[in-house]
Design a binder for this molecule. Structure first.
Ligand code: GAR
Length: 203
């Protein structure tokens, strides 16, 4: 069976990348194949996870490439050269410009650690999202997978899962619970759904 060629973009630890790779192993991600992992942060641990699985890795530093435009040009080139069908942002903590996202309509998905439209948009990434949720005092939070367009965290929603906030939660404790109960579940599911749709569109 022909599979969608997936590139995963990362910036950090890569637990969501791990969930995607595990889903490929278990067969939950059957319509797509991770063929490339790109980090915008040199030395990100996610790169080690990819290498130990034999997946090609690439580090593209904005600084070394002369800024956002140069970074996005190099990224677009790398993805096109490898025949990428689907881009998965899995803890990629940098905003892509409209110039880039418009070249990949319905071909970029992102995992966000909150129930959009809460705690999302510019400045809401990583631990900050959970700090904001706890500061507001919400009793339920969660994660969202959505398509990426020119509006940060504003593209069409693909999947969401709610997670309870508990008394005594710290941002770190809540982040871990949201990952375990929601992110690592819905990201592989959404990657499979979109990969399948892409491949069926071709049949
Ligand atoms: C995850 O919680 C992900 O949802 C979040 O960063 C973390 C990365 O962890 N992404 C965002 O905040 C995007 N706005 P990971 O590197 O272990 O997957």
């Amino acid at each position: 069976m022909l599979k969608a060629r997936i590139a995963v973009l990362v910036s950090g630890g890569g637990t969501n990348l791990q969930a995607l790779m595990d889903a490929e192993t278990s067969g939950k991600l059957a319509s797509g194949q991770i063929v490339l992992v790109v980090s915008n942060v040199p030395g990100a641990y996610a790169l080690e996870r990819a290498k130990s699985r034999g997946i090609e890795t690439l580090t593209l530093s904005r600084k070394a490439l002369g800024g956002q435009e140069g970074f996005e040009r190099a990224l677009h080139e790398a993805l096109t050269e490898r025949g990428i069908d689907l881009i998965v942002l899995a803890g990629f903590l940098s905003i892509l410009s409209a110039g880039f996202t418009s070249k990949w309509p319905d071909r970029i998905i992102n995992i966000h650690p909150a129930l959009i439209p809460s705690f999302c948009g510019k400045g809401f990434y990583g631990l900050h999202v959970h700090e904001a949720a706890l500061a507001y005092g919400v009793k339920v939070t969660g994660a969202t997978v959505h398509f990426v367009n020119e509006v940060p965290d504003g593209g069409r929603i693909i999947a969401q899962k709610a997670v309870c906030v508990r008394d005594g939660d710290t941002p770190e404790i809540l982040q871990r619970r949201v990952m375990e109960e929601a992110e690592w579940v819905i990201l592989p599911e959404a990657a499979e759904k979109v990969s399948k749709e892409i491949m069926e569109g071709r049949a």
